[in-house]
Design a protein around this ligand. Structure first.
Ligand code: PSV
Ligand code: MN
Length: 427
């Protein structure tokens, strides 16, 4: 952890420029009408993006893994890393746990550590995509969809165990992502695989505590390349409909085929009241797990435009959405990458808040495509960095989180404490 005085020392040389830029942008926004700078900053401060416990170490590909030093070796150290992120940006107040990578051995101690750092558990996530040592049955041919009832029973039980761990920690969300599918035509009976999955999910849903949400994530391909049992939002949605009101669809930005109109999916799900969660990442081709907003910032803005629009529409009855980063940091320092991802997310959100929505709706009603697009571009091209920096500052964080992290020598001291060869659990 950094001391408060250390953070304010890091901010001090930047403060005069920041105040001038914030003031200038505030005047511009006041002239435009709509949300004022303090309004936008208040919304940004309230917006929190969870960090997954599996993204705090260096990611790898099937070809190799090039770790940096100082990776967290335990759940305690992972929570320390998230606490550091939250201290720097005030926007990372939650951690998601993948079971069994991060089974809490002392739940009371974990709760205490979280409370002391102002953090909470975002979700627990089951893992039936890998076999664990000593496991009775293999997931080689699927888990919740497996043809063998004993495999399905084991996978269901694992999900029930996750609910138990989550309850010990005060979680309210359980996320299911299935790797189930097939690699060859004919390998799997497509309809029966779906039916078995629905049955298994029903058994999990029946055990879900009344104040919990079950998030169901979809993915079009990988690790299976011919068929995935839950490949798209339509399948997730249909399963959620069959399960009940506490089941919601989770949109992972990387889980779409190239050029899919993700913002439209987001709009549809909100219309149905079934958008429950987000996994943020960036991609060129597929599930690349790059820094959120690094490749397609305009798309990220359009997604936030849908979220903001639905949030202001009294006819939309969508529950609160759980936001999380789900990326793999292969090249960058994971903590720097997470700070950059959060920064890009807040930037897209701030821009979406600036859209002149009454004017946009009027242009849409008149079918004025050029004006409608111009209104979006006007918001998208606004340099909102002073608003994001002000949100960080008001939370007691750093005006420039990545720069502060570097100047404070955070990675060097983590490496000194934990060693150069430390390896975090995860993918
Ligand atoms: C699968 O690609 C996924 O997006 C799921 O959310 C997993 O939980 C996560 O990545 C980590 O493997
Ligand atoms: Mn995901």
């Amino acid at each position: 952890m950094l001391s408060i005085s250390h953070l304010s020392d890091l901010n001090a040389p930047l403060l005069a420029d920041h105040e001038a830029d914030f003031h200038h942008l505030g005047e511009r926004l006041a002239r435009r009408g709509g949300l004022t700078a303090p309004n936008v900053v208040a919304r940004l401060r309230a917006f929190q993006v969870a960090v997954p416990s599996w993204a705090l170490g260096t990611g790898g590909t099937r070809f190799g893994r090039f770790a940096g030093g100082g990776e967290p070796r335990s759940l305690t150290e992972k929570i320390q890393d998230v606490a550091l992120l939250h201290q720097l940006n005030g926007s990372s107040n939650a951690i998601s746990l993948h079971i069994p990578w991060d089974i809490p051995t002392d739940a009371a101690a974990v709760r205490q550590q979280l409370a002391a750092a102002g953090l909470r558990i975002d979700s627990v996530n089951s893992n039936t995509f890998q076999d664990q040592p000593g496991q009775g049955h293999s997931y080689k041919y699927g888990s919740l969809s497996a043809t063998d009832p004993a495999v399905r029973a084991q996978a269901v039980q694992h999900n029930l165990d996750c609910l138990g761990y989550g309850q010990q920690l005060g979680a309210k969300v359980h996320t299911v992502w299935l790797a189930d599918g097939s690699n060859f035509p004919g390998q799997s009976h497509l309809r029966r695989a779906y039916q078995r999955t629905q049955e298994s999910l029903t058994a999990i849903y029946e055990a879900l505590p009344a104040d919990w949400t079950l998030l169901l994530e979809y993915k079009p391909y990988e690790p299976n390349f011919y068929s995935m049992v839950i490949p798209d939002w339509g399948t997730s949605y249909a399963l959620c409909q069959a399960l009940g009101q506490q089941a919601q669809v989770l949109v992972d930005l990387g889980h779409h085929l190239p050029n899919t109109n993700i913002e439209q999916i987001v709009g549809r799900l909100q219309h149905f009241g079934r958008l429950g969660g987000f996994h943020f990442n960036g991609s060129m081709y597929g599930d690349d797990d790059l820094t959120t907003g690094s490749i397609k910032p305009f798309q990220l803005f359009l997604i936030f435009n849908e979220l903001v629009d639905a949030g202001q529409d009294a006819t939309v009855h969508n529950p609160a959405v759980a936001y999380m980063i789900d990326a793999s940091h292969n090249t960058k320092d994971p903590l720097e990458d997470l700070l950059q991802s959060t920064d890009n997310i807040l930037t897209a959100y701030a821009k979406a808040l600036l859209v002149d929505r009454p004017a946009l709706h009027a242009a849409q009603e008149r079918n004025d495509a050029a004006l409608a697009e111009d209104l979006l571009r006007d918001a998208f091209l606004t340099d909102v960095r002073p608003l994001v920096a002000e949100a960080y500052r008001q939370c007691g964080g750093a005006l420039r989180p990545v720069a502060a992290y570097r100047q404070a020598g955070c990675r060097a001291s983590l490496t000194q404490q934990r060693g150069r060869q430390a390896v975090a659990t995860g993918l």
